[in-house]
Design a protein around this ligand. Sequence first.
Ligand SMILES: [Zn+2]
Length: 222
Amino acid sequence: MECQLQRSKRKSLALHVRHDRVEVRAPLHTSTADVLRFLDKHQHWLARKLGERIKKAAEHLSLHDGGQILYKARKLSVCLENAPQPSVTIEPSRILIRGPAMSSNKAEVVLKNWLIAQAKGWLPQRTLALADYLGVNDRLAGVVFRKTRSKWGHCTAKGMIQYNWLIMLAPDGVIDYMICHEVCHLLHMNHSPQYWQSVAKICPDYKRYVGWLKQHEHELWF
Ligand SMILES: [Zn+2]
């Protein structure tokens, strides 16, 4: 594990676990001995954080035959099958991914195309309907799909709403919350208390969905 030391005009030492490294933030004149003592003092916290990371990495979605996928909050087993035409079928306990010369890599492409099709058939209409309802449809420039690292949606200053198509794996309530989150940015281009009030008016349960995403989002990535 890489450990990075960042000195700045701050008053105290702080520890952060980033994607693949540990960051120590220190006041400008902290000695190396003090940094090491600080790391030593927090070794249990660090071990716990790193343990959580390893657990999350193990829960990452892997599309091999017999693997597991979290689909709309249900655990389905992944079943890959050879077939002339690519297709995805959701069954009560499994997801069937078919295509020619099926492999894990091909399954990713088939599932990706299927999720993009689902996203296109669902997200633009709902986004427009909510923008209409809120009277901000003239501010909506368009809806696009993009898989950006660790982001589910984004609304640009010009009113272009971007969605990560992986969100189609999430429960419908979470998807609706995402739509609400982005469309409310057409009212407020920030995360101010007023912004969250607008979100709460449309989606009173939004905290539950934010929590669900926090807890499960690492399981939806492939
Ligand atoms: Zn936002």
